[in-house]
Ligand binder design. Sequence first.
Ligand SMILES: [Zn+2]
Ligand SMILES: [Zn+2]
Length: 386
Amino acid sequence: MDIGALKEVLDGRKLCKACIERLVPKRWRRFLEKVDPEDCWLCEGLSKEIDEFARLVEKKLKGYEFSTFLIGSKIDEEIVKKEEDITRKAGIKRYVDIKTWVNREVEKILSRKLGKNVSYQNPDITAIIDTRFNHVTLQVSPLYIYGRYIKKVRGIPQTKWPCRICKGIGCRRCNFTGKTYQTSVEEIIAEKVLEATGGESESFHGCGREDIDARMLGEGRPFVLEIKNPKIRNIDLGELEKEINAFAQGKVEVRDLRFSNKEEVVRLKKATFPKVYHAKIIAEKEIPKEKLKEVVDSLRGITVKQFTPSRVAHRRALKTREKRIMECKVMEVKGKEALIEILAESGTYIKEFVSGDEGRTRPSLSELLGIPCKVEALDVVAVRGE
Ligand SMILES: [Zn+2]
Ligand SMILES: [Zn+2]
């Protein structure tokens, strides 16, 4: 930098100590006259507000539990422009800009005072100071909790299902509940978690989903519950698990709860884990045992072509999907009923694999058996690969 050039640019206007230290290398500082921050041409008093900013943030943070934080700020456009202007004209290349300086100074005060660490990567809370209005807003990182759920009853959807007519506002059709289904796995699990964390709202990220009328058994299905704007982060997950399971009254059960993160949500959403199903099927007439065994054996290892079933056509693209049936075996046969175990690729439509869906799924159990069959009850008994 060039001190002569800086003096020329300043043209008699003066800077405060903090601004000089941010912009000017040590050896040149004695050539500049210091003034009080209120009289500083550049920051216009901002530099003496640091303690006040820290106080405002501290007040705002009351009631939030966190271990790491970060400070961000908004600075008057005009100050930023002036700073850019003089540093460019005076050839100042290395300096601490005012925004960074404010952030770092407030962070220093607060981490000392509150005993918390600053995290640039993944802070629990980011406080944004609008220095123009002395106003602080908080961005609280969501809390992610991983677990597996078991759904022991039929008729409950995995996630909240707003009423199609009123979209959740409440209308005559939904009896003013705003919902198509009274409850869901999501709501049953989230209730106690929201209570424990003081969270504002939540999102449920399941690793796939079963049909509403299918049970989810075995070890359960992986999920991550995202709690938005949590006040409390240090919760006892073992205790929470017990509370959820007591509240769920045997409809749903959670296990293996642990803290998680956003990356895991992405992983679960992308995962294509094969599932083991138990399908109780019912045929239009008595099922010949030997023939069923032959058919089921022949289905092992095949690929089925499934055109989008009509029951999901309103929310899935119309196209043909190829799905692999890895295992298929007969568990029981009795009269018109049979129990079949199927290990199939993620996203296989099992009901249609059995019924054939009027030719939209081929081959199908019904087609090969030569007797129309349908799934009367479906359970997911295992999610493989997790
Ligand atoms: Zn200043
Ligand atoms: Zn409604």
